[in-house]
Design a binder for this molecule. Structure first.
Ligand code: ADP
Ligand code: MG
Length: 717
């Protein structure tokens, strides 16, 4: 019988662990002094740039004015001096390729002088503005053949450059767009910026209709809530599936799971608090306004959310947040798992993307105020969202499609794959009135009386919350909850901004030139609710009834990536992206191809792991146990004793079935071709193996089980 030492060693190392020494002390270095200290932000620029240089850079940042070569040179030199004073030896153009990850190419500031001794640090405007990484290994989805590898990075002055620290030095990081030699976007930033321009243009048309004299640039805003798991790194390194696929491919449900709801918003464990303080401090240094932190639903699951920012900045910052969670976890002997479903049967991790529109002159355009029925401007924007989400529901499902997110959508606290909108009682009531001919009242908020004299009366929100909705109105913004925890938020934001721009354009077209604007608005809102109101649903998104009802309403239920990805290139989607100037047909096709490829690659790795682990780790243990049971039974019988063969028979049968299921998996794996095969043949074959392994886990002696269990990984810290 083999004995697994890995698991007991892992537990011993955690038991003997000495707490990470204090690495952060906010009472010595307050958040005020730390915040933004490593970003080349407006305050720094104002201090170090000549006033006229600062003014023209500000014009570029705020209004998109073209940057002159002299200004670029001056900014580059100021940036270099600032970075070098902070110990930087290198700079990196940071970009966001279609893998959804962050990429960076580092160059040193230094050039040797002709005397062979001096090393001169230089940074020209040209180098700040444009880089040319060899892009051949980034997916382009057919846009660029490998032998034509040119890709260009272009400085995005709207996202501040920042310094990344390492114990051995620091690097100046410059957020950039990434495009091909032929000008197509190879990244998520370029179309995100274009989608923001599109929605700004159309939103201002609507605002103009309402007679505003001063209308500042309208910005799409985003505030992403990031869920993640933390497990001890000793367990992580004993689980090849976590190491290579970021999720557990085997694991029986633990005796205790999340059913007590004792983890959610519970007291944060000390070790995790230490980690969270350090994460916050690192993010503060980069000017990332993290705001909330708490335990999430599943044991070992947590959440971090920053204050909302411009969508472009929020997307860049979100990438840094993910990287920081992973980096800081390592320092605390932990691993941060950002996978959408690292553990079957418990809560998955999502990223709720809170999203709105606003500007400095009219404020938040999705704020209904106290009497939304009178707030025609709000109703126009809100109905534009309703129309957009209903018309382009398949697109919204497609932009969150991935092998990992397929496991999450529709299971344990995650919204279902049916895209619907939760509006809440108050707004639904207003929409119902509009539908019936005109809104005259708004249900009022009221107060919540707690019934304890010493407690204040609380103002009650006009709408409750609904956790099961994929697209929920949450008071003054919408929250897109189908986004996966490891995904870039840029893809969702690009889609949301683009389809909203389309709706606003359509509505502006209908309202501009109307003789009686009020009447025209009433009629238009009614038309939107009549045609698109089917997407509004305030009930329980998990229920069977909803699935049946959604079908009746004609709402698509695209359960898998294979079902969802075709939506990326349907004629309506191509038309809206091209019309809004965000992505071309070629760019959309390339994106679909890359997502397809990524899906196949992920499932391929998982299938390899399942077959290998089942064969080399589980089978030997199960077979040895069956043999030892058989030996025991034979011995007892030989001695004339009575014994049961129940366990022996079950283990022997499962061991035989395990072999057969591995063989079957290998067969479908080796012949898989196309997304449908991977989804509907390979994935189920992996689950077949898993079901057998998970049952064996409950039969085989615990001290010989080779993989850390769910119980251990989720509860021991
Ligand atoms: P909850 O868990 O209650 O939904 P959180 O406080 O965890 O809320 O997160 C809410 C997120 O919504 C925060 O990032 C917040 O900054 C963001 N948010 C608030 N207002 C807006 C807005 N106008 N536009 C975009 N995001 C917003
Ligand atoms: Mg939320």
């Amino acid at each position: 019988m083999t004995t697994s030492v890995n698991r007991s060693n892992a537990i011993t190392s955690i038991t003997n662990r000495v707490a990470t020494a204090s690495s952060v002390n906010f009472s010595e270095a307050s958040p005020e002094t730390v915040f933004g200290c490593n970003t080349f932000n407006l305050a720094v620029m104002k201090e170090v740039l000549k006033p006229e240089t600062y003014d023209s850079l500000l014009k570029t940042i705020q209004d998109g004015a073209k940057l002159s070569a002299t200004v670029a040179d001056e900014v580059a030199e100021a940036m270099r001096q600032w970075a070098v004073a902070k110990g930087a030896t290198h700079f990196a153009h940071v970009f966001y390729p279609l893998t959804g990850l962050t990429a960076e190419k580092h160059d040193s500031f230094y050039d040797p002088g002709s005397d062979g001794k001096t090393n001169i640090s230089k940074f020209k405007g040209k180098t700040l503005i444009q880089g040319e990484p060899d892009a051949s290994s980034f997916p382009s989805g057919g846009i660029r053949a490998t032998h034509r590898a040119r890709g260009y990075t272009a400085w995005d002055p709207t996202s501040p450059a920042y310094i990344i620290e390492n114990a051995n030095g620091t690097t100046l990081c410059i957020p950039t767009s990434f495009v091909s030699w032929t000008g197509e976007a190879l990244d998520t930033k370029t179309p995100l910026l274009k989608s923001m321009a599109a929605v700004d243009k159309q939103a201002r048309r609507i605002l103009k209709l309402f007679g505003h004299e001063k209308i500042a640039r309208v910005t799409a805003t985003a505030g992403p809530e990031q869920e993640y798991f933390l497990i001890d790194k000793s367990f992580y390194y004993s689980r090849p599936d976590l190491l290579a696929a970021n999720r557990t491919l085997f694991g029986a449900p633990p005796p205790k799971g999340q059913e007590f709801e004792d983890h959610y918003f519970g007291e944060i464990p000390d070790r995790v608090m230490g980690f969270m303080y350090e994460v916050d401090r690192e993010l503060f240094k980069l000017g990332i306004p993290t705001k909330t932190r708490h335990n999430e639903v599943a044991p070992g699951q947590f959440e971090i959310a920053p204050l909302f920012e411009s969508a472009n900045l929020a997307a860049d910052h979100q990438q840094v947040i993910m990287a920081t969670l992973k980096k800081v976890a390592q320092r605390h002997g932990l691993v941060a798992l950002l996978h959408e479903k690292p553990f079957a049967g418990v809560n998955g991790s999502g990223k709720h993307v809170n999203w709105s529109l606003g500007n400095s002159t009219q404020g938040n355009l999705l704020d209904p105020g106290d009497t939304p029925h009178e707030n025609a401007q709000f109703l126009v924007f809100c109905c534009a969202v309703i129309r957009a989400v209903h018309k382009f529901a398949p697109l919204l499902r497609a932009v969150v499609a991935s092998a990992a997110n397929d496991h999450r959508l529709g299971a344990n606290e995650a919204p279902p794959a049916i895209i619907s909108i939760y509006l809440g009682d108050q707004l639904t009531d207003v929409m119902d009135q509009i539908k019936a001919g005109g809104a005259t009242t708004s249900k009022q908020k009221g107060t919540l009386v707690i019934g304890v004299d010493t407690l204040p009366e609380l103002p009650k929100d006009a709408g409750d919350r609904n956790r099961t909705s994929p697209f929920a109105f949450t008071g003054n913004r919408f929250e897109f909850r189908a986004v996966g925890s490891s995904q870039t938020i840029a893809r969702s934001l690009i889609a949301m901004n683009t389809i909203l721009a389309d709706s606003l354009e359509w509505m502006a077209g209908r309202l501009e030139g109307a003789k009686d604007l009020n009447k025209a608005i009433q009629a238009l809102l009614k038309e939107v609710i009549d045609e698109h109101g089917a997407v509004i649903f305030n009930g329980n998104g998990y229920s069977e009834e909803w699935h049946a009802e959604a079908k009746k309403r004609g709402l698509p239920n695209l359960k898998t990536t294979a079902d969802a990805l075709p939506a990326l290139t349907t004629p309506e989607v191509v038309e809206v992206f091209e019309k809004q100037g965000v992505l071309s047909k070629t760019e959309l096709e390339s994106r679909k191809e890359i997502l397809t490829e990524q899906y196949e690659k992920h499932v391929n790795v998982e299938a390899n792991l399942v077959a290998e682990l089942a064969q080399t780790k589980i089978y030997p243990v199960a077979a040895a146990y069956a043999a030892s049971l058989a030996e025991g039974v034979a011995k007892i019988k030989a001695a004339g004793g009575k014994t049961s063969t129940m366990t022996l028979e079950r283990v022997a049968e499962l061991t035989a079935r395990l072999e057969a299921s591995i063989a079957e998996l290998k067969k479908v794996h080796s012949t898989a071709h196309g997304l449908a095969d991977w989804t509907f043949k390979v994935c189920p074959a992996m689950l077949q193996v898993r079901a057998i392994v998970d049952e064996l886990e409950g039969l085989v002696p615990d001290d010989s089980w080779p993989l850390p269990t769910y119980q251990e990984m989720l509860f021991i810290k």
